[in-house]
Ligand binder design. Structure first.
Ligand SMILES: [Zn+2]
Length: 430
């Protein structure tokens, strides 16, 4: 059924561009000079050549026009595509990048974008921000049914070598790397990036943003940044210690009592809801013997309890459901359906000081969902649902289809993106 419908490898596009992409990957892997990865690469290439014809047929099959633009799969890159499509539908975030001047303008040169690549630091003479901007600009333009994000992926593979391989990767891990690197580069963490230009243009961003990670604030922390209060109590002397942890997303366990349930309609017992996952995240937890806490009063490691509160909610709340779990030798997938609201997720009861928040600022509406189809983390396929101007779309690599709320609600979500509902529309705009 669902698992059989989506196989990542079916969607690899074998056009002239793929040759280029393979050259890029080959080049990078030669640089790496790793016997292990190149061996895997060779095997993969053999497989690809043998199934070339079937793939071509698939690609020319059902596609929809609309104004939406798909993203080509460049060989198990659906985990990146699903994240990019989700982010591209988070308007505040996406608009920030689209409004950035193109790099040649930022450089004050008109000689073309190539000049930019000469600007820095050995191997890192590339700009993730610029390639991310170009990709976001290409989406939703309506003049292409699918965009090939090879120049973005080139930068991703260069600065995040762990995503270079041809095997399926974890979309959540990729999202964290992507956001962290965008944040770093926007701060001027790399040589030569004109930090001042970027921060000045968005002066109202820094004002609204109090949760900075690694120093300065950027659009990444302004949109996704929240703050957790981590409260630990020593079970021996009762001493309480609190610390504040900034976060860009929350990783939630699917409570163990729900882990064996498979489908939405499977009876026996209540259905797992997002609220169950949030509650288990914020519930008081007794840490076990393997996680002893260094109590400063007892001056030794003690048993303790831990509790999370949300001290500050973000503008965009990103919730990651921990579907992949390590057992002794394997990483297993928890395939439980988790019911989630499309509108009005109320976060008030998880707040440290709910009385300090406005009447509506704790309500969130769903804007995108990343779904993993298949059974293992190293296999399967990622797609995304996202809302654009009131309509829901399903993004499956190069194919984009119009869908509806009912279908979205049935998805076995892996990552959920919720946008804070504004009390007065337009009152606080980024
Ligand atoms: Zn103690």
């Amino acid at each position: 059924s669902e698992n059989a419908d989506y196989r990542c490898d079916d969607f690899v596009v074998n056009d002239t561009k793929l040759g280029l992409v393979q050259k890029v990957r080959e080049h990078l892997q030669n640089l790496e000079n790793s016997a292990f990865t190149s061996d895997r690469h060779r095997k993969r290439k053999l497989l690809e050549n043998s199934s070339l014809n079937s793939k071509l047929l698939k690609v020319n099959g059902s596609t929809t026009t609309l104004c939406a633009t798909g993203l080509r799969n460049l060989g198990n890159t659906c985990f990146m595509n699903a994240i990019l499509q989700s982010l591209s539908n988070i308007q505040q975030f996406c608009c920030y990048f689209k409004e950035l001047p193109a790099v040649e303008l930022r450089n004050g040169k008109t000689a073309g974008r190539r000049t930019y690549h000469t600007r820095s630091q050995g191997d890192n003479n590339v700009s993730l921000v610029e390639e991310f901007r170009k990709t976001l600009c290409a989406l939703w333009q309506g003049n292409q049914t699918a965009f090939s994000p090879e120049s973005l992926f080139y930068v991703v593979w260069k600065i995040m070598p762990n995503f270079r391989g041809y095997q399926q990767q974890d979309a959540h891990e990729f999202m964290r790397y992507l956001l962290d690197h965008l944040h770093l580069e926007l701060q001027g963490g790399f040589n030569g990036v004109p930090r001042s230009v970027i921060l000045q243009e968005n002066s109202n961003l820094s004002a609204s943003n109090k949760c900075c990670i690694n120093g300065a604030s950027t659009v990444v922390t302004a949109i996704f940044g929240g703050i957790l209060q981590n409260e630990v109590n020593c079970l021996i002397c009762g001493t309480e210690s609190r610390k504040f942890d900034p976060f860009l997303d929350l990783s939630l366990d699917i409570p163990s009592q729900f882990r064996n349930k498979r489908t939405k309609n499977q009876e026996s017992g209540p259905m797992c809801t997002l609220r169950d996952c949030l509650r288990s995240f914020t519930d008081l937890e007794e840490l076990d013997e393997t996680e002893l806490y260094m109590c400063h009063k007892c001056k030794k490691k003690q048993k303790s309890t831990k509790k999370f509160w949300i001290q500050k909610l973000p503008k965009v709340l990103c919730l990651h459901l921990k579907r992949f779990h390590w057992t002794a030798y394997l990483r297993n997938k928890v395939d439980t359906y988790v019911e989630f609201p499309l509108r009005g997720l109320d976060m008030k009861c998880y707040l440290l000081e709910p009385e300090n928040s406005g009447p509506e600022s704790c309500l969130y509406d769903l804007v995108a969902v990343v779904v993993h189809h298949g059974s293992g983390v190293g296999s399967g396929h990622y797609t995304a649902y996202a809302a654009h101007e009131g309509r829901w779309f399903h993004f499956n690599d190069s194919t984009v289809t119009l869908t509806d709320e009912e279908t979205v609600g049935k998805a076995k979500a892996y990552i959920l993106f919720y946008v804070e509902r504004q009390a007065k529309p337009g009152a606080e705009k980024l």
